[in-house]
Design a protein around this ligand. Structure first.
Ligand code: SF4
Length: 236
């Protein structure tokens, strides 16, 4: 097999069908049995904590967020205490995370809005979640799925975006376009799982820098791999 350039927008047509997607998800579930949130050690089921952790996790690793969460929630266990916190106290706790100033502001403002508009509870509807500072569709989808077991869409982060293009699940370059394509292809009951599985695969094998196709368990179903293999064959 030839080398791959790691690009996220391969020049092949999208021909992925639902049957192929199901096979991919089945293999990824077997490969990453602990990937889904529900199976992760130390996971929380508290909607407030899920909301705050998801806002904090943007552009940083789960491990980095795990390192700050204990102190954060012991000092600010609920929306009322976080809304009343000094911004400097929050920043001091989350300073090891990227964009910590913006994140500290967002979580305090989100906590204030929960107090003022939602009686201190995390709302369970997409349009209400989207009103909270620091919450876009990706975060709202994650909160809805993990806190309330509801799937209204599919969370598209940087890994999902890259893998959707490489595997051949979507040829859109926008988060909303990718989400729309995935929602058509993936059975609704798997909308929550696909994000966790693609993130796990994107971190371990299909990395941003260089996809490790020779060790990939879904290579035979991946457009990027099949397209590259065709090119190598036609050059031989
Ligand atoms: S074969 Fe696997 S590692 Fe290679 S691009 Fe496809 S999904 Fe990524």
């Amino acid at each position: 097999m030839g080398r791959f350039d790691g690009g996220s927008n391969p020049p092949y047509p999208i021909i992925m069908g639902t049957a192929r997607v199901r096979k991919i998800l089945k293999i990824l579930r077997r490969t990453y049995p602990g990937a889904s949130w529900g199976k992760r050690k130390g996971r929380t089921t508290d909607p407030f904590q899920i909301l705050i952790l998801t806002i904090l996790s943007a552009q940083t690793t789960d491990n980095a967020v795990d390192r700050v969460k204990e102190r954060l929630f012991s000092e600010f266990p609920d929306p009322a205490s976080l809304a009343a916190a000094q911004i400097g106290s929050i920043e001091e706790i989350v300073h090891s995370l990227g964009f910590f100033r913006a994140k500290a502001r967002h979580i305090r403002e989100a906590a204030s809005m929960l107090q003022e508009r939602f009686r201190g509870e995390v709302p369970s509807r997409m349009e209400e979640l989207l009103q909270l500072p620091g919450v876009g569709r990706k975060t709202a989808n994650i909160v809805l799925h993990h806190a309330f077991g509801r799937c209204e869409g599919i969370a598209v982060d940087t890994h999902v975006k890259r893998l959707a293009g490489r595997i051949g699940l979507s040829d859109s370059s926008s988060q909303s376009g990718i989400e729309r394509d995935l929602m058509k292809l993936v059975p609704r009951r798997l909308w929550g799982d696909i994000t966790d599985l693609l993130i796990a695969h994107g971190r371990r094998i299909c990395t941003a820098r260089q996809p490790r196709c020779p060790e990939c368990p879904i290579a035979h179903l991946c457009r990027y791999y099949l397209d590259a293999s065709d090119k190598v064959r036609s050059e031989e």
